[in-house]
Design a protein around this ligand. Structure first.
Ligand SMILES: Nc1ncnc2c1ncn2[C@@H]1O[C@H](COP(=O)(O)OP(=O)(O)O)[C@@H](O)[C@H]1O
Ligand SMILES: [Mg+2]
Length: 359
């Protein structure tokens, strides 16, 4: 799977751009605020159907313009695919695959798999469990569409249950009516927990390998999936979770929301035996976040037989030169897009970016 070319019209600070890529390493070089990250964002958008920045679609359109456009040509194993996104100030965006508009984002997912890394991905290791759930969800969804739909189903059931808890007025009424949501909740929670656990065990050995590699054999990383349902992931999962939901019902009624479930899941990360979130140095945390991303590459390759594309935003300024070199070597396994502010020793197709233009 390779991105062969990209076309932008009124996307961010790009008025018009047409560019062809190398199927190995592509390097975007330029000073700050020239549009390097914007290029990665446009590629990412075509893979996932949204930005890696949490922004409104309208903000993507170049200031002063009414409409914006991204077109991405892909070479897949047996066919070529064109993905297009059309943004408008007044309408919802449309996404087209080979000129046919898709009905839902799920139709785009998996067309082209991507792994994105930037310094702010440190939040994956350091910040709230939500970041780690997002990491699991984006990865699993890319190779498992059923999971993608499962998540939105879970979200809806949870919202309904929480609405009942908040608006019912009496605990008795909740007790009488909550069963229908609980049954649906435990079933979906079970499937999601199962997939997340499977995912974590599949990337664990790759993460270990990547961390070992990047740290020159000094650091041993371990991952542990932590289920927020409060019960063991065995054949009695649904029964036990349903019981626990019942047990917590009075508490949840007072809180006005559901206190257990896969929406409370987390991923514990240990480095040389201690929790990296609380005890790792900044550099170690950064390397762990990167290892997780490199592990994604390998696990997707194991699952699909193809490497996803790799987007690396500004990562080199943050790593020591040894880790930089090792990362670069790793990056040659797949088509990679790298941004940086100076040329360094990166070999690849070089694009100089200045004020929304390639010069
Ligand atoms: N919708 C937009 N229209 C025009 N310019 C934009 C828009 N959104 C962001 N920009 C500009 O893009 C530039 C940032 O681009 P970015 O890709 O983040 O830079 P960098 O090269 O540092 O990665 C900023 O100058 C910002 O003002
Ligand atoms: Mg940038």
């Amino acid at each position: 799977m390779k991105v062969s070319s990209l076309t932008l019209v009124n996307f961010r600070n790009y008025e018009k751009l047409k560019v062809e890529f190398s199927d190995k390493v592509n390097v975007f070089i330029g000073k700050n605020a020239q549009g390097k990250t914007n290029l990665l964002e446009s590629i990412f958008y075509c893979c996932i159907g949204k930005s890696f920045k949490s922004i409104k679609d309208k903000d993507i359109i170049r200031w002063g313009a009414e409409e914006g456009y991204i077109g991405l040509n892909l070479e897949k194993k047996y066919r070529e695919v064109k993905i297009e996104v059309k943004f408008s100030k007044i309408k919802k965006k449309t996404i087209l695959i080979n000129s046919l508009p898709i009905k839902k984002i799920g139709d785009l997912i998996g067309e082209i798999n991507v792994v994105f890394f930037s310094p702010s991905e440190l939040k994956l290791v350091r910040e709230s469990p939500e970041e780690r759930r997002k990491f699991m969800d984006i990865d699993i969804s890319q190779t498992n569409k059923r999971y993608f739909y499962l998540l939105s189903r879970y979200e809806k059931i949870l919202q309904n249950r929480n609405k009942l808890l908040k608006t019912a007025g009496s605990l008795n009424y909740v007790k009488e009516t909550v069963d229908i949501w609980d049954r649906a909740l435990v079933q979906t929670a079970h499937k999601i927990a199962f997939e997340r656990e499977k995912f974590i065990s599949s990337i664990a050995p790759f993460t270990k390998m990547a961390q070992n590699y990047l740290s020159g054999g000094k650091e041993e990383v371990e991952l542990k999936y932590v289920c927020g349902c409060g019960v063991k992931l065995d054949e009695k999962f649904e029964e036990n979770m349903a019981k626990l939901l019942r047990k917590n019902l009075e508490k949840d009624f007072k809180l006005g929301y559901t206190s257990i479930g896969v929406h409370r899941d987390d991923l514990d990360i240990f480095l040389n035996g201690v929790e990296v979130k609380s005890f790792g140095s900044q550099g170690q945390q950064r390397t762990v976040a990167l290892s997780l991303k490199l592990a994604e590459l390998e696990s997707m390759f194991a699952k699909t037989g193809e490497y996803p594309i790799l987007l690396l935003d500004d990562v080199f300024s943050e790593l020591d030169s040894e880790r930089q070199e090792r990362l670069l070597k790793f990056a040659t396994r797949t088509q990679t897009f790298i941004t940086c502010t100076d040329e360094k020793k990166i070999s690849g197709k070089i694009f100089k970016i200045e004020n929304g233009k390639i010069i």
